[in-house]
Unconditional design. Structure first.
Length: 187
């Protein structure tokens, strides 16, 4: 049977990954719901946006080698469930990972045949503006996320595709085109 492909979709926090993914037309993939130890934000649903877990549970999953990748991002753990991804790929489903850069590097370095895409902000100032407008973190956390973004952007060359999110519609179209080209089975 045809094995599915792993899609690594990454970029700094606040760059608009979520907004882009939610608007694409291409839907031939399963979204991998991550585990996280961060507090649930208003409106987030356990099992849909994340599996919200304790740090103790998260660490036990790491020790049992049950994480495909993980990272500590600004004080909280985030990671991808290995069994879930493996099962879906074996079933022939493409799997979409929306993850930060440290985790993305782990996947790109350890798995062949990954489709990797990185979203860039037009400028760092633009990113700062977006994070402030989002109003989901305090200023200190926002500044930590910005500092992180400066490092993350240096990794852009490691990805097969870069998309600059200077216009949402344009970025959505670019992502759709990449997914169509790379993942539509040839007749
Ligand atoms: P947020 O707290 O804003 O939901 O997420 C913070 C960052 O963690 C975002 O860049 C998000 O894409 C990333 N992230 C979400 N899930 C995972 C995951 O499973 N692994 C890794 N490495 N990063 C993740």
């Amino acid at each position: 049977m045809h094995r599915g492909k792993l899609i690594v979709f990454s970029g700094p926090s606040g760059v608009g990954k979520d907004s882009i993914r939610k608007k694409i037309k291409f839907n031939d993939f399963i979204f991998s719901v991550s585990l996280t130890t961060r507090e649930k934000r208003a409106g987030e649903i356990d099992g849909k946006h994340y599996h919200f877990v304790s740090e103790e549970y998260f660490k036990s999953r790491i020790n049992e080698n049950k994480m495909l990748e993980y990272a500590n991002f600004v004080g909280n753990y985030y990671g991808t469930d290995l069994d879930f991804v493996q099962k879906q790929l074996e079933k022939g489903n493409n799997v979409f990972l929306e993850i930060e850069c440290k985790g993305a590097m782990q996947v790109i370095d350890s798995i062949d045949d990954v489709l990797s895409i990185f979203i860039l902000p037009p400028t760092i100032e633009d990113l700062e503006e977006r994070l402030k407008k989002r109003n989901t973190e305090d200023l200190e956390t926002i500044m930590k996320r910005i500092d992180k973004a400066r490092h993350e952007i240096k990794l852009k060359e490691q990805y097969q595709y870069n998309i600059v999110n200077d216009n949402l519609e344009k970025a959505v179209n670019q992502l759709d085109q990449i997914l169509e080209t790379e993942l539509r089975p040839n007749d």
